[in-house]
Unconditional design. Structure first.
Length: 286
């Protein structure tokens, strides 16, 4: 049976134990290979590099890149907040599915879309692949994460920066979601603007929060406040690291129609089995 796993939030035990054990033996092998290749004059890619580390509103945030030889010739990007792993480019299926599932349920053309949580850019870039998207606002609370994309320290920064439909918004998604429409909202250039879709990927789940203050968002009152920024029949979609949450489903049903929770399966090489994330999708009445 598949088990819930990280999308990026690498806070689970298997990462702390599994890859580090693999890396230990892999490092020894790579050291031997490096020694041989130096003798042959061959350039060797680094196994690990800390790209940047900056203070943020909620603690020190670090961007790292590593290679795991057993997983092939690929760079793996990771983000840590303090001592907690937040995200990794190893597992991005559900981040992409968040955009695809949400936008496939969104009606119309020339869509205005909000992505809450930039991460490593996978949800945003997946949204930009939908030709019906005319405008994409990417709301991110941590300024260093925006800067990593603007300076193209992460691979997908180049795609986002090159697309004129995208715009970074530095701010708290939860504060902007609760703002009074007349004076605020997700678009600082257009207070009260309504959107065709809002795609959210910030907390691990409605119960496992990056910040305890986020808990109030997952209530009927505050989900309703956010929904004021959706057009009639607009779509709200949200990523979760955990299985379907019945309490949160009830909250969504009080505000939206056509509420579904989709299972997104993917192979986890560290556990050598299927893992899953979930994506909630709901439609505003209208």
């Amino acid at each position: 049976m598949a088990e819930p796993s990280v999308h990026g939030r690498i806070h689970s035990v298997f990462w702390e134990r599994g890859p580090h054990q693999c890396l230990h033996s892999a490092d020894l092998m790579q050291a031997r290979q490096r020694s041989k290749q130096r003798k042959r004059g061959t350039k060797v890619a680094r196994l690990f590099e800390q790209i940047d580390s900056q203070p943020s509103e909620i603690g020190e945030i670090t961007l790292r890149r590593r290679r795991i030889p057993a997983l092939g010739d690929r760079d793996i990007y990771e983000v840590k907040l303090g001592e907690e792993f937040l995200m990794s480019s190893m597992f991005v299926d559900a981040e992409v599915a968040l955009s695809d599932l949400g936008l496939n349920e969104t009606e119309g053309d020339n869509l205005s879309v909000v992505v809450g949580g930039l991460g490593l850019g996978y949800t945003a870039v997946a949204a930009l692949k939908h030709q019906r998207v005319a405008e994409l606002l990417i709301v991110e609370y941590l300024e260093p994460v925006i800067r990593w994309h603007q300076q193209e320290y992460v691979p997908l920064g180049k795609d986002i920066n090159a697309d004129p439909r995208s715009r970074y918004i530095h701010g708290s998604f939860f504060d902007l979601a609760n703002a009074e429409p007349e004076s605020g909202g997700f678009d600082p250039e257009a207070p009260g603007k309504q959107f065709d879709a809002i795609l959210l990927d910030i907390d691990h789940s409605p119960r496992a929060l990056l910040n305890a203050s986020n808990a109030s968002f997952y209530t009927t009152e505050n989900i309703s406040r956010m929904a004021r920024q959706l057009k009639p029949r607009g779509t709200f979609a949200m990523w979760s690291n955990e299985a379907e949450d019945n309490v949160f489903m009830d909250v969504l049903r009080e505000v939206f129609t056509d509420v579904e929770c989709h299972l997104v399966n993917f192979f986890n090489p560290f556990q050598n089995r299927e893992s899953f994330n979930t994506v909630y999708v709901a439609r505003k009445p209208g």
